[in-house]
Design a protein around this ligand. Structure first.
Ligand code: FAD
Ligand code: DHB
Length: 391
């Protein structure tokens, strides 16, 4: 088999890249180790920046998102039993976020790709990347028991944090930056009406809590937990007790409870690899970087990477100009590090780090009061949260 750009991974990065390249007339094949059913059912992120929304619309896959997603013009910081609204739109010249689940984005992208005759090979095994530092790289894999080879001009490694693409770059040529956090998030999906019109990021001495939504009938909630926790340690009643305590306000706000039908623990880490390119292999999304979810940046960064990469590949095929490809890593990393800082900062401000560190708790409260009370500080949060301009 032969294609122009071989794409490893059908997550947001891989599928969006395939869509952008298809619209630029560039042939791609997407290789995915899981089944279509699995990738369309994996519960992950929920917040799309304005720029990501615009990008999905521009490439013709935004119609269902515009109908079913919820546009939010503000978020709430909650601490000391009180709500403090950050008016995202007013502070950023009208920008907003869209709450629309990642697996819905995946469904829309897979449907659009298959409808337009694009190739996605699901359930491939034993993927390995060969000759990536030559002009004729290839991807070797097994499918339906047989060995296959995909010859490419370029390979896009969009296979997430645990994929094979990043380790293909020789370790002496890559530098990895890591920070882990002493907590995780327990995420749940609940059958209940929304408890709040906007997302609530709550600081509490018992730990962080987050109220998000999926639809008028389904809500997404998170509580800070131990990263080693297993689900058996979180029976429903414990989850509700923690959420009630961490979200309580002095004005009688009520958490709407209901049947919990999905639970999972998310680990928290910050990670960046430099550079994001080796020869004709380009990394995008979680394959190259991870952020803790507090800033809601993971999926949006994946979209930002592939936007830069698609433009660079289009320039190459249009005119043979290799300069944008050579600049890809540096251009992408500028946005990556900004998002890394924002995600680390939000995480540090909102989570309980240690049991006996009263000094840190006071610092967090001082910072939260400053962010909530100062127009300059809340503007800084708002412009990062809605997403800094692309160019
Ligand atoms: P992925 O979505 O990881 O996609 C990579 C794809 O590659 C997968 O489909 C995988 O099956 C496939 N793959 C892997 N290895 C191979 C291989 N060898 N061959 C072929 N295919 C392969 N972000 C937020 O902003 N908020 C959240 O609440 C949030 N929650 C998250 C919860 C979890 C459990 C995880 C893991 C991430 C979460 N994120 C969250 C981050 C966000 O979901 C990611 O940043 C986003 O999915 C990145 O997209 P991607 O396409 O780069 O990678
Ligand atoms: C959601 C996830 C996040 O990481 C976040 O910061 C806000 C919302 C969500 O899943 O809805």
């Amino acid at each position: 088999m032969r294609t122009q750009v071989g794409i490893v991974g059908a997550g947001p990065a891989g599928l969006l890249l395939a869509r952008l390249l298809q619209r630029a007339g560039i042939d791609t094949v997407v290789l995915e180790s899981r089944s279509r059913e699995e990738i369309e059912a994996t519960i992950r992120a929920g917040v799309l920046e304005q720029g990501t929304v615009d990008m999905l619309n521009e490439c013709g896959v935004g119609a269902r998102m515009m109908r079913e997603g919820a546009l939010h013009r503000g978020i709430e910081l909650r601490f000391g039993g009180r709500a403090h609204r950050i008016d995202l739109a007013a502070l950023t010249g009208g920008r907003a976020i869209m709450v629309y689940a990642q697996h819905e984005v995946i469904k829309d992208l897979v449907a659009a790709r298959l409808e337009s005759g694009g190739r996605i090979l699901f359930g491939v095994e034993g993927v390995s990347l060969q000759d990536v530092d030559t002009r004729a790289p290839s991807i070797h894999f097994r499918r339906n028991g047989g060995a296959e080879r995909l010859e490419c001009d370029f390979i896009a490694g969009c296979d997430g944090f645990h994929g094979v693409s990043r380790p293909t770059i020789p370790s002496r040529l890559r530098r990895e930056f890591v920070r882990s956090y002493p907590f995780g998030w327990l995420g749940i999906l609940v059958e209940a009406p929304p408890s709040s019109d906007e997302l609530v990021y709550a600081w509490h001495e018992r730990g962080f809590a987050l109220v998000s939504t999926r639809s008028p009938q389904i809500q997404r909630l998170y509580v800070q937990c131990d990263p080693q926790d297993v689900l058996e340690q979180w029976p429903d009643e414990r989850i509700w007790t923690e959420l009630r305590a961490r979200l309580a306000t002095t004005d009688g706000w009520k958490l709407r409870e209901g049947r919990i039908f999905q639970k999972g623990v998310v680990a928290m880490r910050s990670f960046v690899v430099e550079p994001m390119q080796h020869g004709r292999l380009f990394l995008a999304g979680d394959a190259a970087h991870i952020v803790p979810p507090t800033g809601a940046k993971g999926l949006n960064l994946a979209a930002a990477d592939v936007r830069v990469l698609a433009r660079a590949l289009a320039a190459f095929y249009r005119s043979g100009d290799e300069a944008p490809l050579a600049a890809y890593s540096a251009v992408a990393l500028r946005r990556v590090w900004r998002a890394e800082h924002f995600s680390w900062w939000m995480t540090s401000m909102l989570h309980r780090f240690h049991d006996d560190d009263a000094f840190s708790l006071r610092l967090q409260r001082a910072q939260l009061e400053y962010v909530a009370g100062s127009r300059a500080a809340s503007t800084s949060l708002a412009e990062n949260y809605v997403g800094l301009p692309w160019d």
